[in-house]
Design a protein around this ligand. Structure first.
Ligand code: TRH
Length: 391
């Protein structure tokens, strides 16, 4: 979609703290705002190399470039002088990354002032409902920032979900040839494609070695597809070779294949192609929820085991009727001991039909509240109508 004449301009500031989730989410947000709503988006990113891994069109050199209609600017740091003319109608700071002070000064000098949102991390905890859309006054300047919390129900900001996603997913999953051709790109043979396919994306502390052993000793053939760099030591112990893209090994019933880190749209295809997905962090977790397949979430570790609370909050919503998946996810995250991984996995397998049904039901439930970008733009319009801001 080209830019609509009345569409607002918007900037997203993204600090790539660690891993790929932050830029992964900001890039999705930017694309959808531009492609579906015609918003003129500028994405400020401090780490173009990480961005390039999920979007190979990105050039790691220039200060300024256009990527799929989005203006991408290298965010060099907190210094810099900005003028009010440079400030768009809407400014989104991702995950409390601090905007450059000069930029904030320029925002305050605008008349009318821009809408300023802090896009927060996703959690299923109840407290989010009380904090979503709350204002926070700047201590010194005439500026108000509002908190925007993504979430799973109508009292939160929704989840990123682009138009036509489900149609594309269904078409792909129903086209065995397309699935086989996609997997063949990674060396997956037709025989392997007929096995139970499990993608494996997790943090280093996941009990991967135990799982590999269960699959290898199990009664059914399993193909595990592992992005390069994930569970490196455990994968190398299994394959007996460096865990670089293209490496593979079979032991017992298990074949492991190490995949290259693929561009973001291909990661969706991987989730759609597999029967079960191990995902992590925030963005792959959400994408697994749109894949219509059972998933096991590995949550990012937080101090004082706060992440276990977040995991339980999600499981209470998602899996109250799925005891095996519930127990397995708690065990995978170290939130509950697992006496016997073989038994825990078998219980999940026995529950697969219910897990698949729940995956579809959940997707419908969550999307009934609208998608995040539409809700975010509605909120921006409300703020504009309240007379405090532009738009
Ligand atoms: O990379 P992550 O661990 O990101 C995390 C989370 O965002 C977490 O909230 C944050 O606090 C922490 O980083 C610092 O996992 P996540 O969120 O799943 O992001 C991975 C991104 O990488 C996602 O956009 C999907 C993408 N991806 C690809 O594009 N290709 C691939 O091959 C793979 C494996 C992932």
């Amino acid at each position: 979609m080209s830019q609509h004449p009345s569409a607002p301009s918007l900037a997203i500031f993204c600090k790539v703290v660690d891993n790929y989730g932050d830029i992964g989410i900001c890039w999705r947000l930017a694309r959808q705002l531009h492609h579906e709503h015609g918003v003129a988006v500028t994405l400020w990113v401090d780490d173009l190399a990480s961005y390039r891994r999920i979007c190979p069109e990105v050039d790691t050199g220039p200060e300024l470039q256009q990527v799929q209609g989005v203006t991408v600017r290298l965010w060099r740091g907190q210094d810099g002088v900005y003028t009010p003319q440079e400030i768009p109608d809407i400014v989104i700071e991702f995950f409390g990354c601090e905007l450059p002070p000069g930029y904030v000064e320029a925002m305050a000098a605008c008349s009318p002032r821009p809408v300023w949102l802090n896009y927060e991390g996703l959690t299923a905890e109840d407290w989010v409902e009380g904090c979503h859309r709350l204002p926070s006054m700047h201590p010194r300047l005439r500026l108000t920032k509002h908190f925007y919390f993504p979430g799973f129900n109508e009292r939160t900001g929704g989840l990123l979900h682009e138009a036509g996603l489900d149609e594309r997913r269904h078409a792909f999953q129903q086209d065995a040839g397309a699935v086989a051709a996609f997997l063949a790109r990674f060396g997956v043979t037709p025989q392997e494609a007929a096995m139970r396919k499990v993608s494996l994306f997790c943090y280093p502390d996941a009990p991967v070695a135990a799982m590999l052993q269960v699959w290898a000793e199990g009664g059914e053939p399993v193909l595990s597809l592992v992005p390069e760099g994930v569970a490196k030591e455990q994968i190398e112990a299994f394959t007996g070779a460096p865990a670089v893209a293209g490496a593979s090994a079979t032991r017992g019933a298990l074949t492991v294949r190490v995949l290259p880190f693929v561009p973001q749209p291909d990661y969706d295809l991987l989730l759609w192609a597999c029967d079960l997905n191990f995902v992590r962090g925030e963005d792959s977790w959400v994408r697994a929820q749109w894949a219509g397949r059972p998933f096991v979430w590995h949550i990012y570790v937080q101090d004082e085991n706060l992440h276990h609370k977040k995991l339980r909050a999600f499981l209470e919503r998602y899996a109250p009727q799925l005891p095996a998946l519930n127990r397995f996810m708690l065990g995978w995250n170290g939130a509950q001991p697992v006496a016997d991984w073989k038994q825990a996995w078998q219980a999940v397998l026995n529950e697969i039909p219910q897990d698949v049904a729940r995956a579809e039901e959940w997707r419908r439930e969550v999307l009934a509240n609208g998608d995040l970008v539409t809700k975010l733009l509605d909120f921006v319009r409300e703020l504009g109508q309240a007379g405090q801001n532009r738009v």
